[in-house]
Design a protein around this ligand. Sequence first.
Ligand SMILES: *[C@@H]1O[C@H](CO)[C@@H](O)[C@H](O)[C@H]1NC(C)=O
Length: 251
Amino acid sequence: MHFKISIVIYVTLFCYINAEEDVLPSFIKKCDFNDKELERCIRKQIENSLSRFTKGIPELGVPSIDPVQLDDINIDGNGLKLKFAEAAMHGLSNSKLTDLKVDIGSDEEDFNLGFKGNMSLTAKYNIDGKILILPIKGDGDAVVKANNVEVNIQSKLVHVKDSKGRSHLKLITPNYKYDIQSTTFDLKNLFNGNKELAETTLSFANENWRQLMDDLAPPAIKQIVRTVIKAINKFFSKIPISEMLEGYKDS
Ligand SMILES: *[C@@H]1O[C@H](CO)[C@@H](O)[C@H](O)[C@H]1NC(C)=O
């Protein structure tokens, strides 16, 4: 009986401690707040942990962002109707850090984050209309491969206190820009599977990929950035600055 009770207490205590202690996952190492090369240390930690981070940190409630599930994308303009449903963007976990500006001041700082990767979007598509002059029509599975997608996020990094008075970081009012080197579309079942027509039209679409991407990329990138920011902020909300940076004192 005693034994049972002590197990119950132990388990409860263990869970309690686990839930209360907001510790860095083991794949991220603390940086020293007073290090002159703090930014370099943070960059290294991000580079080292990017692929793990994007797969999610369940114990901190940080969701996986590879793939990013996208809301339906509807484009209707320039004589073309295009819908992507059940869309998912893959590839963030293999992306590379290209830019980082971070300063942990005491209140509000600028924050820049740039990353670059080869992304692929899978979806159920429905297309009807014209690309430039060429008619296109069909529905089925779509794979859109975008090469060297570079996204640069500029944001404010502010400090917020939790209920215990500990400071946490938070990204607010993010802006972003992006660049895509090239894109290939694979739309299955164009023209009800008419191969000849499908091939001609698809290669034309691929030659003129920018035309399609000008419509498609903005809603997709917007959702990717929103999802990335949300994941980072979830992480920040769980881990106080003092837990990320050795020698950081809450003011
Ligand atoms: C994307 O793929 C190309 C070709 O395979 C490769 O050269 C390039 O380095 C990749 N880009 C990134 C950011 O991984």
